[in-house]
Ligand binder design. Structure first.
Ligand code: FPP
Length: 255
């Protein structure tokens, strides 16, 4: 992986790809195995994807691991998902640290088991100096809640006499849990479902959306290759107009 920091390393494709890792349950159901096995295979797919991403010029991945709405799942499944974070971070932290990956966990700490908070804090602290790649794991995360929290931070700063300017897009953005990450270029959802499900609502403003039919446990480098291909065929205008086609440039031939 090139040594340049993730926010400035040159790339002609998407720098920041966000993934809604959907379909673990259906993958398990199709095989007649417990859902927990689908989630476990989902972790393997996550490892493959993180490892493959830099080869495609991607410098930042944000993955949706557990949403604020996922608490409504049966207690056993919630407990399985918590257990996967424990084992993923514990088994992979050293490798991620050595590979120059900075790990960041987005979302609310409140409500998470104390040992998970300790694991997350340790992962963030151990990798805080890394700049080659940014891996953001949204865990106990909801896009609306994140915007509310950013607004509350601003209110608190005003009440404490610390806010120096008006509330605008830039100052609100600084209060989001994604502050400092490169802009999200593309949001991918696997499993054929086509919605954002409260993921990165603010950051999605100008992201390209890619929906893929693969179930998350089957994901890996091929999925990313398809994302890159689709992305290269998009025309990102950010509200502006398309550049005039070259062939249409001179309306009249002079001479
Ligand atoms: C959606 O599949 C997936 C999840 C709710 C969890 C995603 C979690 C992982 C891939 C495990 C790894 C995560 C971390 C942070 C280590 P679903 O259960 O909704 O599938 P279904 O729609 O087919 O039922």
């Amino acid at each position: 992986m090139p040594a340049e920091p993730f926010h400035t390393a040159p790339t002609d494709g998407p720098r920041h790809v966000a993934l809604i890792m959907d379909g673990n349950g259906r993958w398990a159901e199709a095989r007649g195995v417990p859902r927990a096995m689908g989630h476990r295979e989902g972790v393997q797919a996550l490892k493959r994807t993180v490892e493959a991403a830099p080869r495609f010029g991607i410098r930042c991945l944000t993955v949706f691991g557990f949403s604020t709405e996922n608490w409504s799942r049966p207690a056993e499944e919630v407990s399985d998902l918590m257990g996967l974070v424990r084992s993923y971070v514990t088994s992979d932290l050293k490798r991620l640290e050595r590979a120059g990956v900075r790990v960041r966990v987005l979302g609310r700490r409140a409500g998470l088991p104390a040992d998970i908070i300790a694991i997350i804090d340790k992962a963030e602290a151990t990798t805080a100096h890394n700049e080659k790649f940014l891996l953001q794991v949204a865990f106990n995360y909801g896009g609306r809640a994140d915007i509310v929290d950013a607004a509350q931070r601003h209110v608190d700063a005003v009440l404490a006499g610390q806010a120096t300017g008006p509330l605008d897009e830039e100052s609100l953005g600084l209060g989001l849990s994604t502050a400092g990450a490169p802009p999200v270029d593309v949001i991918v959802r696997t499993s054929g479902e086509q919605r954002l499900s409260n993921f990165l609502l603010w950051e999605a403003a100008y992201a390209e959306l890619v929906y893929q039919n693969v179930l998350w446990p089957d994901y890996g480098a091929d999925g990313l290759a398809d994302v890159i291909e689709q992305y290269r065929n998009r025309d990102r205008r950010f509200g502006g107009r398309a550049a005039p086609a070259e062939a249409a440039a001179p309306a009249l031939a002079v001479g």
